[in-house]
Design a protein around this ligand. Sequence first.
Ligand code: HEC
Ligand code: HEC
Length: 216
Amino acid sequence: MKKIFIALFILYLGTAVSAEEDFLAVIEPPEAGSVSQSEGLAAFQRIYEVTSHPRCANCHVGSDNIPMWSGPSYGKIRPHGMNINAGNSRIGAETLLCSTCHRESSNLDSEPHAPPHFGLAWRLAPVEFEWFGKSPAETCAQLSNPDRNGGRDWMGLARHLVEDAGHRGPVLWGWSPGGNREPAPYSLQEHVDDVLIWGTAGMPCPIPNEHAADVE
Ligand code: HEC
Ligand code: HEC
């Protein structure tokens, strides 16, 4: 009797683990028309907390091609040490490949201050997906424009998140970054849900702040 119980328990643990692997996040958009503009804007604010977080923004940098070191485990905000520059290739092909140190591995864990890694080749995000230092209005304009987000609508963005996580890529790593790194806020599922809420509301964007408008 005891043996059967233990065997069943082990079986249960096995299925629980594989279920987690298969369903890192599900895509369940709210019903069309069921989300108000203000709920959409609130969802976008949470999306922005994720995209501007160091675990995402350090790689989503601009045309100087310099990855950033920022977040509590780095102490202060600074460019990647050792003069690393990803070049226009965004993988360091012109100087030193990112993969020299950031080895591809499906194991997301790493020692504090050792080069982090994930299940895809380590590289910067394409330059048009620049998030580092960008305001909510700027990031919203980029994310909602197919010419600047890889040709995706909001469903495409949600699918990208789930697909990337399925490859154990940067999106999954952002919430399990290993070492002493601070994970991105909320969870992968909550972030996917927020993209779907924002999309269902018609992708509303915050108004650029008035101070910036005054300066213009
Ligand atoms: C190690 C670098 C790296 C990190 C860290 C990273 N990304 Fe990316 N990101 C990329 C690359 C490379 C692409 C392009 C991949 C593609 O299009 O298939 C990308 C593309 C994207 C896209 C596609 C569309 C767009 O407009 O940007 C989204 C959405 C995205 N990342 C979300 C995230 C989120 C959320 C996080 C943090 C949880 C994150 N990324 C962290 C490298 C990174
Ligand atoms: C000589 C080794 C080396 C090379 C080459 C290298 N890195 Fe790094 N990288 C590191 C180390 C070590 C860390 C972690 C430092 C820490 O946690 O204190 C790191 C951290 C990072 C981070 C911050 C991740 C986070 O915690 O948010 C990014 C982004 C990054 N690297 C991008 C790149 C890109 C892009 C390339 C290629 C252009 C590259 N790195 C090449 C060693 C390297």
